[in-house]
Ligand binder design. Structure first.
Ligand code: GLN
Length: 485
């Protein structure tokens, strides 16, 4: 087994026992990237020099006999919408083609302090708008399980990199499913934390009331380690919550006694692939055989989730993306006069999907339509949130499919935005409600593509989600399967 194939906690043990060095781990990951990234295209920017330098520092520390953090010396990939000081951060867009942030996002700062090794910036749908990583200006990312299929999106580069051992850990961001859906399609773990658990400072905004950064990892233990490292209040993000961060590794106990699982019937209807349905329901059976109890329940406003999400997200995006005008930073189009420069910059700097969303959002915020669309969507958002609050009075968690289908073919949905938006049907309500959700591998389709099971919990209910996910993982081996690439 190559070093790049291990998990973070395994490598940490090996580092502590001085069986390997961080340099060897980093070199193994670099070698793997050099072997396969031409085919997967997970990375927009590779930072191998910085990574090797950092690994030497950690090795020196170990040599001096100093204690190291569980993430010290471990390679991590960062989604390219998270700012990294001195390292290009493109958001998958031409408009930020040459943007080099002068500061680190809070999550990056926290990881640096812990000695993590930054291996590169991963590919994504432009401005995180998409479910397939096909809208990136830097080319599509391919799913390591089948290179003709998409890795999901928008954090497709991060999820595919973890699956293909092109990194040990990764960060993604999730506005409507962008951590969980690619994790599910690539057969890895993806957690969207409670809104406010993790600082968004330095995360390039798509829809600020929905965006959240989170871990993408090879197993649940790694997920707890990464979550521990990045969680917590940040005075630079007023939406981060000042609430104590528990040690999430304490959730790594195999115990489902008394756990009540709700199965929302609205998530098992039309459009759900048969194999995905079977995989998820078999997963629920397994959890029940281990001591949990499951019962059907309802989230009655589910039908309105896509419509309200695509109004709220696009409205916020139209405002957030107004700053890309060719003046402050990034790409600048040809300039005859000022207005002409704005026009050129924005029409050639943004791709088609981003422009579609800016137009949708501008429309729904415009006077005369605001009440009919944006305001209505906000009201529906409250109803969706209340559906969950009601459900969590009775259940510890809800279990659903993460995505209605396994990975689909490249090009299959890209020309039909509505079909693409339907990919998010099981993930977006979570963001509208601000609750946490995790996707874990629960099987494979007949043609060998991973299937993901989603566990949802109440606000700040990460610990129980992780405990359930961990127990599931300890009793299955789906997460240990590797794509042959
Ligand atoms: N696919 C959804 C969208 O395009 C979600 C994206 C995300 O979570 N960033 O908006």
């Amino acid at each position: 087994m190559e070093l790049c194939e291990y998990t973070c906690w395994q490598l940490h043990d090996m580092l502590k026992r001085k069986e390997v060095s961080s340099r060897e781990i980093t070199e193994s990951v670099i070698k793997r990237i050099e072997e396969v990234d031409e085919r997967t295209n997970c990375y927009i920017t590779k930072t191998f020099d910085v990574a090797l330098q950092k690994s030497h520092q950690v090795d020196d520390k170990i040599r001096r006999g100093e204690e190291i953090h569980p993430l010290s010396g471990i390679p991590i990939a960062i989604k390219d919408n998270i700012c990294t000081e001195g390292v290009r951060t493109t958001c998958g867009s031409r408009i930020l083609l040459n943007f080099i942030p002068p500061y680190d996002a809070t999550v990056v700062k926290r990881l640096k302090e812990k000695g993590a090794v930054f291996i590169g910036k991963t590919n994504m749908d432009e401005f995180a708008m998409g479910s397939s990583t096909e809208t990136s200006y830097f080319g599509i990312t391919r799913n390591p399980w089948n290179l003709e299929t998409v890795p999901g999106g928008s954090s497709g580069g991060s999820a595919a990199a973890v699956a293909a051992d092109q990194t040990i850990l990764a960060l993604g961001s999730d506005t409507g499913g962008s951590i969980r859906q690619p994790a599910s399609m690539c057969g890895v773990i993806g957690l969207k934390p409670t809104y406010g658990r993790i600082s968004r400072f330095g995360l390039i905004a798509y829809a600020s009331s929905l965006d959240q950064i989170g871990p993408i990892t090879k197993d649940v233990r790694d997920c707890t380690l990464l979550l521990n490292a990045i969680s917590g209040y940040d005075e630079q993000d007023s939406t981060s919550v000042n609430r104590e961060v528990p040690d999430y590794t304490k959730s790594l106990v195999e115990d489902l006694k008394g756990i009540k699982i709700g199965i929302p019937t609205e998530y098992f209807g039309k459009g759900l692939d048969k194999e995905v349905e079977e995989g998820v329901l078999d997963g629920v059976k397994l959890l029940c055989s281990l001591g949990a109890e499951a019962e059907e329940t309802h989230l009655p406003h589910t039908d309105y989730a896509i419509a309200s999400y695509y109004l709220i997200a696009t409205s916020e995006a139209s405002s957030n993306l107004a700053r890309y005008d060719g003046v402050g930073y990034g790409y600048r189009g040809a300039e005859e006069d000022l207005i002409d420069m704005y026009k050129h910059t924005r029409s050639s700097g943004f791709g088609a999907e981003v422009k579609r969303r800016i137009m949708l959002g501008t429309y729904s915020l415009s006077s005369g339509y605001y009440d009919a669309y944006y305001l209505k969507a906000l009201k529906v958002r409250t109803l969706i949130k209340q559906d969950f609050e009601e459900a969590f009075k009775k259940f510890d968690c809800l279990i659903t499919p993460t995505s209605p289908t396994p990975a689909f073919y490249i090009g299959e949905k890209i020309d039909d935005p509505l079909t693409m938006y339907l990919q998010d049907i099981y993930t977006i309500s979570t963001n509208l409600a601000g609750i946490p959700g995790i996707s874990i591998p629960c099987g494979f389709s007949h043609d060998g593509l991973p299937i993901g099971l989603q566990i949802l919990g109440p606000i700040f209910g990460e610990e129980k989600l992780l405990q359930i996910a961990y127990t599931f993982e300890q009793n299955t081996d789906y997460h240990q399967q590797k794509p042959k690439i």
